[in-house]
Design a binder for this molecule. Structure first.
Ligand SMILES: C[S@@+](CC[C@H](N)C(=O)[O-])C[C@H]1O[C@@H](n2cnc3c(N)ncnc32)[C@H](O)[C@@H]1O
Length: 213
């Protein structure tokens, strides 16, 4: 159970420990924004963000992940929480977001919680470009005054750089962005001063305004 919502997760054969505990407090933060909203949970795994948003009153949630097992778990977790408003897309997130853009779909909230897109220092440039492409697609899918939750678990991407990527992504597609909140890893994942890689989780809660510039 996390933030009052039940999940069944694959402890064996799942990803990480079976659950991505590090974003617990950021998922809790999302609950305040969710009531009455249409939510897109990208890189959803078993639905951690999306199912909690639905339980907090989101009207409809779409979860996107490339793992068939994770998508099966999204459906199961929706069922055990009595939810009938969860849809899923199994496939590559970049392709799925482009397809949703082509179909002119709009969401009130888009959550981007990708795997580390900069796994090694030498992937810095390609990784930053991938974060930029992803954030642009996410912003494109937001309706008026939408909320982008942009997360990163890459230790090679600083909070400042992520904020700058979001700013640049907004600028590129004519969106004015405001940083409402920033989240970090929960205290059960303490940062050890002197070991920079222990400080790795970021989440930016960003309001996207159109027709403002
Ligand atoms: C950091 S985990 C997401 C954790 C999840 N948001 C949560 O809160 O539990 C990254 C997820 O991205 C998925 N994934 C990796 N590459 C992908 C891709 N190209 N397209 C879609 N999903 C992908 C993995 O299957 C994994 O579930």
């Amino acid at each position: 159970e996390e933030n009052g919502v039940r999940f069944e997760v694959p402890m064996e054969g799942g990803q990480k420990t079976g659950w991505f505990y590090d974003h617990r407090m950021n998922r809790q933060r999302l609950q305040a924004y969710a009531p009455g909203k249409r939510v897109l949970d990208v890189f959803s795994y078993v639905g951690g963000w999306g199912i909690q948003a639905a339980c907090a009153g989101a009207t409809q949630v779409t979860c996107v992940d490339s793992s068939a097992g994770a998508i099966d778990s999204v459906h199961h977790n929706a069922k055990i929480n009595g939810l009938d408003n969860i849809e899923t897309i199994e496939g590559d997130a970049f392709d799925a977001l482009k397809a949703l853009c082509d179909e002119k779909e709009k969401f009130d909230i888009v959550v981007l919680d990708p795997p580390a897109l900069i796994p090694r220092r030498r992937d810095q440039k390609a990784g930053e470009e991938a974060y930029a492409r992803l954030n642009q697609l996410g912003l494109r899918l937001l309706g008026r005054d939408g909320l982008l939750v942009s997360a990163s678990c890459s230790m090679h991407l600083s909070q400042e750089k992520l904020t700058d990527i979001i700013r640049g992504s907004g600028r590129k597609i004519d969106r004015f962005v405001q940083l409402l909140e920033q989240g970090h890893q929960a205290p059960d994942h303490p940062v050890v001063p002197g070991i920079p890689e222990t400080d790795y989780i970021k989440s930016c809660f960003v309001r996207s305004l159109t027709g403002f510039l």
